[in-house]
Write a protein that binds this ligand. Structure first.
Ligand code: TXA
Ligand code: MG
Length: 324
């Protein structure tokens, strides 16, 4: 069953039932070495499947659960190996999405739920995306509209009371810092965590990432799509400013993000946030990447976002989407 969370749509199954979990791997074509995140029905369930020794980890659960933070804990015996890919740890979170919460509470079972996309592809932020990825392979998709955050949960591991961010997400470094020292992620991926693999979230179209879209001119005859943060920053001084001049009133995304063909040489363009809001950009990110990918372009050129707050998490995903 696919269902919405506050981050992206998940493909859920009873985490304590290895056969059910196997079906997740099959539907996603996900390699078995990639462990799943388990979503708890309530905070009491934490101690039933994990060992909680760290005070810092405990405080993080108190502050951020339910919400978009996943924490790695030493696991108890009842968690099947297929969930953790044989690791001694389990990734846990509690979703804040009202539909997810209601379902997991009613079932009163921990639910293993990775993002509801085929392995390595763009995470789904609408029920339609799930259908496009997994239609015909899963029995049920629950449509709860577009997800709030639009990118996957932050994943942390607490070791010796220091917080290591394994995957950046909606809970930013700035938000974590008051709870403990943040230690650098080692550049060599020692954990098999594809969210941390160099290639992930990949569109089918080739994608490159630039600091400034003004440095790029689409080659003649090539259909190039642009993904930029705020249009003004991207093409200031290039086109007729009056056409896309910023307005204080947010317009519907479909209007705000389309650009006439041929404008500054790009075949099409998506703007992540007209009002330069990083959270809005995150919420739009995977959807717009998917839309560009559907346009049969020769190339997608994405503009790097400010490396602050959730911008850093989007940049991480851009980097991995570009690494092919
Ligand atoms: O927002 C989210 O976290 C979404 C929603 C559906 O909850 N889920 C999600 O799951 O993004 P998935 O499977 O696409 O990504 C889970 C990531 C993977 O990179 C996996 O390798 C890592 O979590 N992971 C799972 N268990 C782990 C563990 N014990 N140690 C380290 N990484 C782990
Ligand atoms: Mg995923």
């Amino acid at each position: 069953m696919a269902l919405p969370t506050e981050t992206v749509y998940g493909l859920a199954a009873d985490a304590l039932n290895p056969e059910a979990v196997t079906k997740i791997f099959e539907a996603k074509e996900r390699p078995r070495f990639d462990p799943l995140i388990v979503h708890l029905p309530n905070k009491e369930a934490l101690g039933e499947i994990a060992i909680v020794e760290s005070k810092v980890a405990r405080k993080l659960t108190e502050k951020f659960w339910p919400g978009p933070l996943t924490i790695i804990f030493p696991k108890r015996e009842n968690v099947p190996d297929i969930v953790t890919a044989g690791l001694e740890t389990v990734a846990l979170r509690m979703s804040a999405h009202p539909i997810f919460r209601e379902i997991v509470r009613k079932l009163n079972r921990p639910l293993a739920a990775p993002s509801a996309n085929r392995f390595g592809r763009i995470s789904p932020t609408t029920a339609q995306h799930v259908f496009d990825e997994l239609g015909g392979r899963i029995p049920l998709i629950i449509d709860g509209g577009a997800t709030e955050h639009g990118i996957e949960s932050t994943i942390v591991q607490v070791t010796n009371e220091a917080i290591k961010v394994l995957r950046r997400g909606p809970i930013t470094d700035e938000m974590l810092r008051p709870f403990g020292e943040l230690c650098e992620q080692s550049s060599s991926p020692t954990i098999s965590a594809p969210g941390q693999l160099p290639t992930h979230y990949a569109p089918r179209t080739k994608l490159i990432v630039l600091d400034d879209l003004r440095d790029f001119s689409p080659p003649p005859g090539k259909r190039v799509g642009a993904l930029c943060f705020s249009f003004v920053a991207a093409v200031a001084g290039r086109g007729p400013a009056s056409y896309h001049g910023s307005t204080s009133k947010p317009r519907p995304a479909t209007v705000a993000t389309s650009t006439p063909a041929g404008f500054i040489g790009f075949a099409t363009m998506r703007r992540l946030s007209e009002r330069s809001d990083l959270r809005e950009a995150a919420a739009n990110f995977f959807r717009m990447l998917r839309e560009l990918d559907a346009e049969k372009l020769d190339l997608i050129v994405a503009e790097r976002l400010p490396e602050e707050g959730i911008g850093a998490a989007i940049n991480d995903r851009l980097r991995r989407a570009a690494a092919k």
